[in-house]
Write a protein that binds this ligand. Structure first.
Ligand code: WTA
Length: 638
């Protein structure tokens, strides 16, 4: 390690170990970046040719209807043909695709053959229920193997999955079922988290009652506690899988993989944006496949023999791309754990790394900070020597947590890949490669073929060290295609702030060595423990309580969570402030959205700072709470 001075501050520079360099798929990033810069389409075509296509594409990139870019136009493909079918015709059929450990300690493993068989049978079940190509299916489950099975089964028959994070609650789920117009919901009786049962079926029932469109509910038995089953609507997964409908007419457990256009939708995933309701980001079969497969291979050097653990939840983009699709595309072995990192003790993660011989761990800074709190003795009790690389995602990692992760978990051998990306980008965008010299807290450089820049208010690039808006100046294969049912919002939200350029919603700066430093969101999105929440969702949950007239939510810095939610509430006349009311309001938000949205603090106020047009000035609330200057107040009317 050497120290150099950047922007007046001393920053440690961590050179890649010779072992990491020797193993690296890409040994010279600059060279690849140059190749992509010279011929973007050729660069991605070469990556795409590593996969199997039913029919080749005619054009790599069609920008004639920009910003509705199309990739691999005319190509016929199905991501599942590449995740499963392809491997099952080789020796890899007998290799482990998935290792799963439940919070309660049970272990399940699936070879590629076994996973494919389960997916085929469940795909047959879905078809028998009338699920067709293009239909949306909502999946609301805990972290169990049937979750990836359900996703892959949908994709296999061309249905569009809409996974709703299992930590969400009634209203969040209701909104997402309704917006996606799903007729089928797949859920569990319950899930284990931190020694408790999450009542997934009960929450589904309440959400479905509010939504009204759902015809069939498929329930995976996980906890086996008593749940009501509505006859004619609810079916047990294990019952369906043992029926003839799970098999072909001739009785075997195969299922034809649907031939899809490269641009056909693969899934939609709701995420919080600037205003109003969460919006469904749509990803496609072809480009998404090429993007996630390539990035996992290059950034984490995933090898045939590797055991990969992405510790995110499959209900978020990180889990979609890097628990389910990309590791299977590469024929790797993916590990998935159901529960809390500290259950029953703070060594749970470290003991599983030792037990399964995990080679690469990819986790969120909030989890690292949470585990760091318990001290070094817990990880030091375990043999972590199988680790080769580490990863970070979801929010900026503070240098202190970075150094702890590097020293205590990686034993100063494992480079940390701090990957910046979004639900919308589908794949890593700004990230080190194992050959990159690292600075703790910096996501380093744009992936080859990705052109990132930082703009000032006026749409001009800012100079070194200056803060500005992070933008992406060129399309990439795994990019979102649209917002479901709202193409105008797609254009308005992402492509209008600076015409022709993708607006990320993040602020960042670049130092004089060209390293990117992500600062945080510039819109009304709050990152709580790496989870993305919109102020509008929290506010609308609060005002749905009878005692609340108006509400405003902001994020304030928090040691472990990164940001915590602080809410300001104006009560309706007649409602009175009591501690009990505050607790009731918190419980109400948890019931409507989920435990991640639980406000750290709710303050009762008489008025809220607003613009003359009536928009709440959250930035003023934030400045006041932090004791900072309130900035330009010319539009303020309180
Ligand atoms: C933030 C998660 C700093 C950022 C994959 C982005 C990060 C938002 C990083 C997207 C990182 C993600 N460093 N910030 N390495 N990774 N972010 O859609 O604000 O849940 O815009 O996707 O997370 O969150 P999302």
């Amino acid at each position: 390690m050497s120290t150099l001075s950047v922007d007046q501050e001393p920053v440690d520079l961590y050179q890649p170990s010779s072992a990491a360099l020797a193993a690296a798929t890409i040994k010279n990033r600059a060279e690849q970046t140059q190749i992509a810069a010279g011929n973007l389409e050729g660069f991605w075509a070469e990556r795409a040719s590593e996969y199997e296509w039913f029919e080749p594409w005619e054009k790599v990139l069609d920008d004639s209807r920009a910003p509705f870019y199309q990739w691999f136009v005319g190509g016929k493909v199905n991501i599942v043909a590449n995740c499963l079918d392809r491997h099952c015709s080789t020796w890899r059929r007998n290799k482990l695709a998935l290792i799963w450990e439940g919070e309660t300690g049970e272990v399940r493993t699936y070879s590629y053959h076994a996973l494919n068989r389960e997916v085929c049978m469940f795909a047959n079940v879905l078809r028998s229920m009338g699920v067709h190509k293009g239909d949306r299916v909502t999946i609301y489950m805990g972290r169990v193997p049937e979750l990836p099975v359900a996703m892959l089964a949908c994709a296999k028959i061309g249905a569009v999955h809409s996974v709703v994070y299992g930590g969400f609650s009634v209203e969040a789920l209701h909104e997402r079922i309704e917006d996606s117009q799903s007729n089928v919901v797949i859920t569990c009786d319950g899930g284990y988290m931190n020694g408790k049962i999450v009542e997934l079926k009960k929450i589904s029932d309440e959400a479905i009652r509010r939504a009204g469109s759902v015809e069939h509910v498929i329930v995976v038995k996980r906890t086996a506690h008593e749940v009501p089953m509505e006859s004619g609507r609810d079916y047990w997964y294990h019952d369906l899988m043992s029926l003839p409908v799970a098999r072909t007419a001739s009785g075997n457990s195969r299922c034809e993989t649907e031939v899809m256009d490269a641009e056909d939708p693969l899934f939609m995933l709701y995420t919080s944006g600037t205003t109003g309701k969460p919006k469904a980001i749509v990803h496609s079969h072809g480009g998404y496949m090429v993007g996630v497969g390539t990035t996992l291979k290059w950034v984490f050097d995933l090898k045939e023999e590797d055991r990969w653990w992405c510790a995110a939840d499959p209900g978020w983009i990180t889990g979609h791309s890097y628990i389910v699709y990309a590791p299977l595309l590469l024929g790797a072995t993916s590990f998935m754990y159901e529960g809390a990192p500290t259950y029953p003790y703070p060594n749970r993660w470290w003991s599983m790394i030792e037990k399964y011989g995990i080679n690469v761990l990819y986790a969120a800074p909030t989890a690292i900070r949470g585990l760091m709190r318990f001290g070094e003795a817990w990880p030091n009790r375990h043999d972590l020597s199988s680790l080769r690389l580490l990863g970070s995602v979801g929010e900026p990692i503070n240098p202190e947590a970075w150094r702890w992760y590097y020293r205590v978990i990686g034993k100063e051998r494992c480079p940390i890949m701090d990957t910046w990306w979004q639900t919308e980008t589908g794949m890593f965008m700004i990230t080190p490669l194992p050959e990159t010299s690292l600075k703790p807290g910096s996501a380093t450089f744009a992936f080859p073929g990705v052109e990132a820049d930082i703009y000032g208010e006026n749409g001009q690039p800012v100079g070194p060290g200056e803060e500005g808006f992070l933008v992406l100046k060129q399309p990439w294969p795994a990019m979102l295609r649209t917002i479901y049912n709202d193409p105008d919002r797609y254009v308005q939200q992402y492509w209008s702030r600076f015409p022709g350029v993708y607006f990320t919603g993040d602020s960042a700066r670049r130092d004089s060595d060209g390293y990117f430093w992500i600062i945080g969101r510039v819109d009304d999105v709050i990152k709580v423990s790496g989870y993305r929440l919109g102020t509008a969702e929290i506010e609308s949950a609060l005002v749905s309580h009878a005692a609340v007239a108006e509400a405003a939510a902001i994020g304030l810095p928090h040691d472990i969570k990164g940001n915590a939610i602080h809410a300001f509430v104006i009560l309706r006349s007649g409602a009175e402030y009591t501690d009990q009311l505050i607790n009731e309001l918190k419980a109400h938000v948890v019931h409507e959205i989920g435990p991640i949205a639980n406000p750290e603090r709710i303050e009762i106020v008489q008025q809220l700072p607003k613009t003359r047009s009536g928009k709440i000035m959250r930035r003023v609330l934030k400045a006041r709470a932090l004791g900072l200057p309130e900035g330009d107040l010319t539009t303020l009317e309180e």
